[in-house]
Design a protein around this ligand. Structure first.
Ligand code: GLY
Length: 352
């Protein structure tokens, strides 16, 4: 008999993810990914160390802005992840762990400094999220420059994708067949099962994506933020997990913070960072909190690529991942360099 659901046993590989990563002391900065993303860790940490007036929110903005300027791995800032129309749009969010106020922009067009615009939403409005062209209008009103976010590289990537008949893409249940053809597409009657919708996956396996950062000031004040250019060849208008509070990142200064990266279309359905911080509140260690958040997604989406990094208010940290080998970077206390931790993926094993 076919069981209604597939039960999954989720097995953590015997790795350093299970070890305790104790705090090196405050101030402390942690973010998704090593490699080029460590410049962001250093920028945020050094800002906190070198100036008594730099807040945790400032540090998160400085760190994420560093990745936006450096176009970290092509997944943050201008000139990355062109959509079907070859346009780069940006998602960003920043959150204050003391007030729980947040500001975010989604589908931001023609403005490079997404995390700074998100912060302007936090400080200069009573809202939490502005989108699209009207977020651009708000940015311009607040002194940001409007400019083209495309580069020769992003235009070239898009042209190559179109030359490959727009493969792969995010369309489904449309004609012409999106697995062989470019659009424009028209919807087909929905004769597919709900499960077919549920298991839809990112058509282009991601590499690194998204900077999500948590900073702890030496006073203990905390902030978190996320910046990304989303998914390559997304349907224009698509917004990912980055600007969603509790998904891209989350912080409660009484407890801890979390940053996430991965397949945002799926992750935003689970609010993994909200879950992880609530797990901390209920007494889990940072690693346990991250693993539980990832397992909740793996149970429904065994192929999901995800990375979740968690820190408690003291700076003890841990992480979990699925679908890829994840890395995260941290620097705190009197560390003279950023450290990078490698996090092997959790695996999902069928129990039929
Ligand atoms: N995690 C980035 C995105 O899916 O938009």
């Amino acid at each position: 008999m076919v069981r209604e659901s597939i039960l999954l046993a989720l097995v953590a590989l015997p790795t350093s993810t299970l070890s305790l990563h104790t705090s090196p002391g405050l101030p402390f900065v942690i973010n998704t990914w090593g490699g080029p993303f460590t410049a962001a860790t250093d920028a945020a940490y050094l800002a906190l160390i070198n100036s008594a007036t730099v807040s945790a929110l400032d540090a998160v903005e400085i760190g994420c802005a560093t990745c936006e300027r450096n176009q970290c791995d092509g997944t943050v800032g201008f000139g990355g992840s062109p959509d079907e129309s070859c346009e780069t749009t940006l998602d960003a969010m920043i959150m204050d762990g003391t007030t729980m106020k947040s500001g975010a922009v989604a589908g931001l067009r023609r403005v490079k400094h997404a995390i700074a615009v998100a912060r302007a939403v936090l400080h200069h409005t009573r809202h939490s999220l502005l989108v699209g062209d009207l977020a651009t209008q708000f940015a311009v009103e607040n002194g940001f420059v409007e400019e083209n976010l495309s580069t020769e590289e992003s235009k070239g990537r898009c042209e190559e994708w179109r030359a490959r008949n727009c493969q792969a893409n995010y369309r489904m249940n449309v004609e012409p067949d999106p697995s062989t053809s470019c659009g424009p597409y028209k919807p087909l009657p929905l004769d597919q099962s709900a499960l077919a919708w549920a298991v839809a996956q990112n058509p282009e396996p991601p590499s690194h994506d998204t900077i999500s950062m948590v900073a702890i000031h030496s006073s203990g004040a905390m902030a978190a933020g996320t910046s990304t250019n989303g998914a390559s060849f997304k349907v224009p208008g698509r917004v990912g997990d980055g600007p969603i509070v509790g998904s891209g990142s989350y912080v409660d200064g009484d407890v801890g913070g979390c940053g996430a990266t991965g397949d945002g279309d799926i992750m935003m359905r689970f609010l993994p960072c909200y879950q992880a911080v609530e797990n901390l509140r209920r007494g889990m260690s940072p690693t346990e909190a991250a693993e539980d958040a990832v397992r909740r997604m793996l149970r429904k989406y065994p192929d999901i690529s995800s990375g979740v990094v968690v820190v408690n208010k003291k700076g003890d940290h841990g992480a979990a991942a699925s679908g890829w080998t994840f890395t995260y970077a941290y620097r705190g206390g009197e560390m003279n360099a950023t450290a990078v931790v490698t996090v092997p993926p959790l695996t999902a094993k069928d129990e039929l």
